[in-house]
Write a protein that binds this ligand. Structure first.
Ligand SMILES: Cc1cc2nc3c(=O)[nH]c(=O)nc-3n(C[C@H](O)[C@H](O)[C@H](O)COP(=O)(O)OP(=O)(O)OC[C@H]3O[C@@H](n4cnc5c(N)ncnc54)[C@H](O)[C@@H]3O)c2cc1C
Length: 401
């Protein structure tokens, strides 16, 4: 798939041409003004044996560094900006926003149309050729289930007439389960709201709008990387997302005062959850089943220990305040696990709920991404990944298109 990744990318950093593209639509850059603490995190890693990795997308994933971002001179550069906006003028393209697909209409093994609401009004669009569904890992299977494509017995139990019996729809749900360490800091060099920091905050919009520089260009998780716990075999089994500002565990996005935090996630989770239809097709349930495989819990406990060792490195000495979460009283495996069971969430990388493959649980064919048993329906989104990739899922989702 490397040639496809390269064809999408417009690398602004002149990174290694073996792994990067320079003529694609998607701008790839580095954060323009990473916070000082992001560099401290990378330096701290070096003192605990994690090398400075200057390109996570090249030969070696292992190590800490500053992440690439999809930005255009300091502003977010979305998939819409890269791939859709430039072609909005095409005569054969109609984009309906505020459109909510309710159901696929099927007849004799073909999709004949989609039922949708646009600004609250119901419509039906007829399909003469084919439909490519890209509603994401939660909504693609939910739409299939609502349309009668899925495990027959479960559909019947919810009062939905099965059209195609596909037992794998909604199953195999995976995500990167993640726990945080949050630390207060006496230093106002971290991103934070305080009286002492007020002049810098007030100057930030001017800096951003006139020079595209400063703290408003931050993507918030500028640094991070990949490491091995003592349970890993060869490849990294955990990933870090470092936040150079204080935040409670997924509480408010921004809190008063200064600090820093790190998300640690399990890169190759073994637990599998599912998306289930409920309320006679009107709703659905997301059941992640996190930690249903004990290996995931053990890996994350070890991951928290690795993250703590980075935060204990001398580079953090002049920035370190009190560890708020899990807190210094949380030390044994059982205590860390109890904290994780209460607080762990995800880094928003759901995948796998319409997996490609050739086994009985496969939903789409690997060579065409066509839904089994339906002639003219394909899926292209994170739901088709049979295994969650060991990294961030945005670029691999774009790559499928
Ligand atoms: C808060 C957050 C932060 C993230 N940060 C990163 C990151 O830093 N790096 C990274 O690599 N990945 C990140 N991800 C993950 C990344 O965004 C996803 O993996 C990626 O967007 C998945 O693409 P997709 O096409 O599968 O689904 P989506 O991007 O979710 O696209 C699905 C689209 O379908 C639309 N849709 C759904 N149902 C319907 C319906 N019934 N009718 C009409 N439209 C519908 C949705 O509105 C949406 O536009 C993040 C995710 C989140 C939520």
């Amino acid at each position: 798939m490397l040639p496809i990744f390269k064809s999408l990318e417009h690398n602004c950093l002149k990174q290694n041409a073996e792994f990067h593209g320079f003529d694609g639509e998607l701008l790839v850059d580095n954060p323009r003004d990473p916070n000082a603490l992001s560099n401290v995190f990378v330096a701290a890693g070096e003192s605990v044996g994690l090398p400075h990795n200057h390109d996570f997308n090249a030969q070696e994933q292992f190590g800490l560094g500053i992440y690439n971002v999809t930005q255009d001179t300091g502003s977010r550069f979305s998939s819409y900006a890269a791939f859709v906006k430039p072609i909005m003028g095409r005569k054969n393209l109609t984009v309906l926003s505020e459109a909510n697909i309710q159901q696929l209409k099927l007849m004799d093994g073909r999709v004949t149309g989609v039922r949708l609401t646009v600004a609250g009004r119901e419509q039906v669009l007829t399909c003469h050729h084919e439909v490519i569904l890209s509603a994401g890992t939660i909504n693609s299977p939910a739409l299939l289930l609502r349309s009668g494509i899925g495990p027959s017995a479960e559909l019947i139990a919810e009062g939905i007439e099965p059209v195609v019996d596909l037992p794998g729809v909604g199953k195999n749900l995976q995500d990167h389960i993640d726990g945080m360490i949050t630390v207060r800091s006496p230093s106002r060099r971290t991103l934070g709201i305080s009286l002492a920091n007020a002049p810098a905050i007030l100057a930030a919009p001017l800096n951003y709008f006139t020079r595209k520089r400063g703290m408003l260009t931050s993507n918030y998780v500028e640094a991070g990387g990949f490491a091995r716990t003592r349970l890993a075999k060869d490849q990294p089994d955990i990933q870090f997302h470092f936040v150079p500002g204080y935040r409670s565990h997924r509480g408010k996005l921004v809190e008063y005062g200064h600090g820093y935090a790190v998300h640690t996630c399990v890169l190759r989770p073994k637990s599998r959850g599912e998306i289930r239809i409920s309320n006679t097709g009107k709703g659905f349930e997301i059941d992640n089943q996190f930690f249903s495989d004990p290996q995931d819990a053990a890996t994350l406990v070890e991951g928290i220990r690795v993250a703590r060792s980075i935060f204990s490195a001398p580079s953090f000495d002049s920035y370190r305040g009190v560890e708020m979460l899990p807190g210094k009283e949380v030390q044994s495996d059982d205590e860390i696990l109890e904290y994780l069971r209460a607080e762990a969430l995800t880094v928003y990388h759901p995948a796998g709920s319409c997996k490609m493959g050739t086994d009985d649980m496969a939903v789409v064919a690997p060579d065409t991404l066509k839904v089994r048993g339906i002639e003219n329906l394909r899926i292209a989104d994170a739901s088709i990944m049979p295994y969650l990739i060991s990294g961030n899922t945005n670029a691999p989702s774009m790559m499928q298109h």
